[in-house]
Design a protein around this ligand. Structure first.
Ligand code: ADP
Length: 296
């Protein structure tokens, strides 16, 4: 408000001139972004109501499973508070090269093009103390600069929650296909799913579906799934909110092991219950595309 009053028109006292210029600038920036991301067929946001539910794990394994299904895939990590994709793919400290046209994504072994705010921050704690507008400015520049080229899918690991930051980022991504919302089965997390679904509806991002992560436990000895806590909450919530349920992934110590080793779980533990769950989720996403339903 104070800012508007300071820059108001000397004639009528309103801020129309400034807003007009700002609007035009914003329009130009959006067009630039559209151009840059124009060769990407599908952009999928991976969201969660809160941190620690496995959002980055799902985003990474989704990208790898799509790539295994023969798709050209990019993975973009815009989670300032915990850019974990470089760790999950053992790409920490990889340099990002700049060409005349822009930033060249880091290539993961299977050909996935990866970009993360984690590659560009000198210190992981640096961004946490940045104010909101600084983060948004940084991301806008990042989105405009990365040369993705032709991609079938760009999977975007989003910051958790439904605050100003995810809101601004969602609005920056042109023609996004929709969001996958990751949750755990406990009530506390489920309330956050409801918020995430309402958030997507408010900003007009289609909800592609809900994934229930950490649903049951894979016994490290017999590999059977034990229902440690409750399960099915994510599915119930998806039904209640009238959005697709994409599947459940059990707690599997192998997921932690794979994450720590920097090897995607679906590559390392192909034949497991969890890997099968990822395959079903990916098939669901590809089917949506084939049906031309939710994905544009
Ligand atoms: P978020 O992105 O939501 O903060 P992460 O994907 O970073 O969460 O996951 C948090 C931790 O939980 C990581 O150590 C990851 O390996 C582990 N994790 C995620 N999903 C599972 C699962 N299904 N089974 C076991 N560990 C998991």
């Amino acid at each position: 408000m104070a800012e508007e009053q300071k820059s108001s028109c000397s004639g009528c006292g309103s801020a129309h001139g400034q807003q007009g210029e700002g609007g035009f600038q914003a329009f130009l920036e959006q067009e630039e972004l559209k151009d840059r991301m124009g060769k990407i067929q599908h952009k999928i946001l991976v969201m969660s109501g809160k941190g620690g539910v496995g959002k980055s794990t799902v985003a990474t394994n989704l990208a790898v499973a799509l790539s295994k299904a023969g798709k050209a895939v990019g993975l973009l990590d815009v989670d300032f508070h915990g850019p974990s994709i470089p760790t999950l793919l053992k790409l920490e400290g990889k340099p990002v090269y700049q060409s005349e046209e822009g930033l060249i994504p880091v290539e993961f072994s299977s050909g996935i093009k990866v970009m993360s705010v984690g590659f560009l921050l000198r210190d992981q704690d640096e961004a946490v103390i940045w104010r909101g507008p600084m983060k948004i400015g940084f991301l806008k520049q990042l989105l405009k600069d990365v040369i993705w080229g032709d991609l079938d899918y760009l999977v975007i690991d989003f910051p958790p929650g439904t605050g100003d930051e995810p809101l601004s980022i969602a609005q920056m991504i042109p023609e996004c296909d929709g969001a996958i919302i990751v949750t755990t089965p406990q009530n506390l997390a489920l309330n956050d799913v409801k918020k995430s679904i309402n958030f997507c509806r408010r900003i007009k991002v289609p909800v592609l579906g809900v994934v229930e992560n950490m649903s049951g436990l894979v016994c490290p000895h017999c590999r059977n799934v034990i229902d440690l806590f409750k399960k099915g909450g994510g599915e119930e919530m998806a039904k209640k909110m009238d959005v697709p349920f994409l599947g459940r992934i059990p707690i599997d110590p192998s997921i932690v092991e794979a994450s720590d080793l920097g090897e995607p779980y679906v590559s390392r533990h192909g034949g497991t219950e969890g890997a099968a769950a990822f395959s079903r989720i990916v098939q669901h996403v590809i089917d949506l595309e084939d049906k031309g339903n939710t994905l544009s």
